[in-house]
Write a protein that binds this ligand. Structure first.
Ligand code: FAD
Length: 452
């Protein structure tokens, strides 16, 4: 059997790995239109801050390794068209300008997404950047050491915008974040968390302009100097990083497979598109959202990887449905580390489900452990359905690393657990790591009282 995999980022990579693991005799052709395979934007902040020294190290796979494993890797070769009736793809080889058709038995596509263009006046000025992929990583890195950059404006305060803000603040620049919503990280955390983070950002020379979008860029000598907001604020900006959402890279698939109104590829739980031998995964698709069972847009590498593996298993004839996910994610903002999963009070209105939440604070380890030994407070919020007690989401934040708790809450959501299941659930205790009652027990026990 011949399987063609399109895209060398998270979705494509895991599809290839799964085929190699389960059916190594499969003929695998792996296509990447860029000049580098498997660049991981997730590692971009580590590269920009100098933790990872070389941009090419921010990767999982090298072409020669994959060749040795038996994969035909085609770099700078773009699949420009698909002919489902003939089971063939048209390939543009950007290395030498040639074109050809290739036959497939099964095709797995992970075309990903592109950063959204905001379409505001002045967007063609120089030094207006995006933050996704290796090319932008290289350009952004140059700006972290550019002495002419004193002020940076970041558009959007999702996790990508926050990563950009932290990178440039740590590089000694003044940063302004412009955000449509009232609060930063509003899709990830509720107000009791974001109030602290907004202050932490301010303490590190990052100003937050909420409830406003960017309406215009102005510049001098062709370079941006100012971002004007919809509230009329004039934000100084020698560099702008636009991180205000993504668009699925699917325009070229119109008429090939079914797309939804926003251009996301429609797929079933086996990742099959409207063409049964074409599987679609990653940011160009929706994922099953565990708290509601509905499909949702959650652009995360974790989801792309699970979908990639699911697609590969089904392409090989093993029936395997995609596991519902909860959008679990974690991030650090200077000294603070936070994670969240599932539904928050701030996002609940998007879903047709009743919510109630219980928030608790506790020390990370037993009270007798001195602060200096690593015993700061942990803020934890549990969200559940007050009628059924079913757990819907969680959020946690501390200067200690308590983020792994969100993986447990994610599992609880996936297993449709109730508050009472979590209240006395078995978690370890050792004073070097935890308290006799883990903060998840504490929150669930309080929630039981709140529910009475
Ligand atoms: P993409 O990563 O978009 O890759 C698609 C690939 O397909 C590209 O290489 C593209 O060149 C190639 N391609 C497209 N069309 C064609 C074609 N026609 N022919 C050949 N090749 C083609 N997620 C997390 O879970 N954790 C994180 O910490 C995290 N951090 C992030 C930080 C940043 C700055 C960014 C931008 C994203 C981050 N993400 C994170 C999200 C994660 O990177 C994406 O969810 C993930 O990359 C999606 O993978 P994908 O395979 O769908 O597509």
């Amino acid at each position: 059997m011949k399987v063609i995999v399109l895209g060398s980022s998270h979705g494509g990579y895991d599809a290839v790995r799964q085929i190699l693991s389960d059916a190594p005799d499969t003929e695998i052709q792996w296509y990447e239109k860029g000049d580098f395979i498997s660049f991981l934007s997730c590692g971009m902040q580590l590269y920009l801050e100098g933790v990872v020294k070389h941009v090419n190290d921010v990767s999982y796979a090298k072409p020669d390794q994959m060749h040795k494993a038996g994969v035909d890797v085609f770099v700078k070769q773009e699949i420009s068209a698909i002919d489902p009736a003939n089971h063939s793809v048209h390939v543009l080889n950007h290395n030498d300008g040639t074109e050809r058709d290739e036959h497939y038995d099964k095709l797995i596509i992970s075309p990903g997404a592109n950063p959204a263009s905001l379409g505001v006046k002045g967007e063609d000025l120089q030094n207006i950047y995006k933050m996704r992929g290796r090319d932008w990583a290289i350009k952004l890195k140059e700006k972290t050491v550019d002495p002419t950059v004193k002020n940076v404006a970041v558009i959007g305060s999702g996790y990508i915008g926050i990563e950009a803000a932290e990178v440039f603040a740590k590089a000694g620049m003044h940063v302004s974040i412009i955000e449509f919503n009232e609060r930063l990280l509003g899709a990830y955390l509720d107000q009791e968390f974001t109030d602290t983070l907004t202050k932490v950002m301010k303490d590190h020379n990052v100003d937050f302009y909420g409830n406003q979008g960017v309406s215009e860029y102005r510049g001098e000598n062709g370079k941006v100097t100012t971002a004007i907001t919809s509230k009329g604020n004039e934000i100084p900006a020698d560099l702008v990083v636009e991180a205000a959402g993504i668009r699925p890279n699917t325009e070229w698939l119109n008429g090939v497979v079914d797309l939804d109104d926003h251009g996301f590829i429609k797929n079933n739980e086996y990742m099959q598109t409207s063409e049964s031998d074409i599987y679609a995964v990653g940011d160009a698709t929706l994922v099953p959202f565990a708290p509601t069972g509905e499909k949702s847009v959650i652009a995360l590498a974790t989801n792309a990887r699970r979908e990639g593996r699911t697609a590969a298993m089904n392409a090989l004839g093993q029936e395997h449905a995609m596991v519902p996910v909860s959008g679990s994610s974690a991030l650090s903002v200077f000294d603070y580390k936070f994670a969240s999963t599932g539904i928050k009070e701030g996002t609940a209105s998007r879903f047709d489900v009743k919510t109630q939440s219980t928030t608790v604070t506790d020390t990370f380890r037993p009270p007798f452990v001195p602060d200096k030994a690593g015993n700061d407070e942990v803020l934890f919020k549990l969200t559940y359905n007050p009628e059924t007690q079913v757990i819907l989401g969680g959020q946690v934040m501390s200067t200690q690393d308590s983020t792994q708790n969100m993986n447990v809450i994610s599992l609880a959501i996936q297993a449709h657990m109730k508050v009472e299941d979590l209240a006395y659930a078995d978690f370890f205790f050792q004073p070097g790591f935890d308290r006799p009652w883990n903060i998840m027990n504490v929150a669930a026990q309080q929630a039981l009282k709140d529910l009475k």
